[in-house]
Design a protein around this ligand. Sequence first.
Ligand SMILES: O=C(O)C(=O)C[C@]1(C(=O)O)C=C[C@@H](O)C=C1
Length: 303
Amino acid sequence: MASARMHDSGSGEPRLRVAYQGVSGAYSEAAAQKAYPNSEAVPCDQFETAFEAVEGCTVDRAVLPIENSLGGSIHRNYDLLLRHRLHIVGEINYAVRHCLLANRGVKVEQLKRVLSHPQALAQCEYTLTRFGLVREAVDDTAGAAKYVALSKLEDTGAVASSAAAAIYDLDILAEDIQDDSDNVTRFLMLGREAITPDTDRPFKTSIVFSLEEGPGVLYKALQIFAKEQINLTKIESRPWRRSSLRSPGDNANGLQKCFHYMFYVDFEASMASDNAQNALKALDELATSLRVLGSYPADTTII
Ligand SMILES: O=C(O)C(=O)C[C@]1(C(=O)O)C=C[C@@H](O)C=C1
């Protein structure tokens, strides 16, 4: 791996450095460890800092959340995928189990507000409403726990992991407070170089494209995958930002230009398969822009 700094693990084996957003105890740190066991997890303040750390070769990979089964898409990372040139080299499904944390001895009745990552607050909507707590969004769940602990707050709790409770010496007032017990966050593993796609195991491919305006154009794009018998697992549309790609067509009127979208699609096929190649060739002819974000082994487990 060209110029990435690697730290020696003591066994002589260089350890992969993996960026995640948040501080120690964040779910992203656990996902990074699931994705790359024995790696060195490197905390980053923001998602963008993690992208830049990979691009700048101070780390080897980044592991970042992209969607959650209850809260939906992490839009910021969709936008950053487009703004940066990293490749998706893998995915990780991670079961997220939230706890309500507070300083030692603080009772739930004393709490007036709760801090956490906006996704975590959204995933615990019912419980937090039941407790009558005012929500306040911060950068990550473990950061919320750390702040509550360091500031010795008695009227404020945090929604975070049991690992964060142990690290920051907080009590767990309630466990499994997410609205549904099946709460899974899907993380992307990002690297500077694409991996070579294969057909020896289930692969997924992620793409982003834009289309001309017109009736049935999106339908025609998606029909290509149906024709090739390819299952789509996710579709997301995000506003097209001028700085992100070449113009998606200039025949739109002013208003349509303001509301132009990029379509992100994940599908179950390897770029090494004929049907994916056929689909991408056909889509390339229809689309005003097309980029393959990565073709990578599908994570069929949930931990
Ligand atoms: O704050 C954290 O602990 C994170 O790892 C971030 C994050 C997210 O961005 O969705 C990851 C998993 C959970 O869905 C909640 C928060």
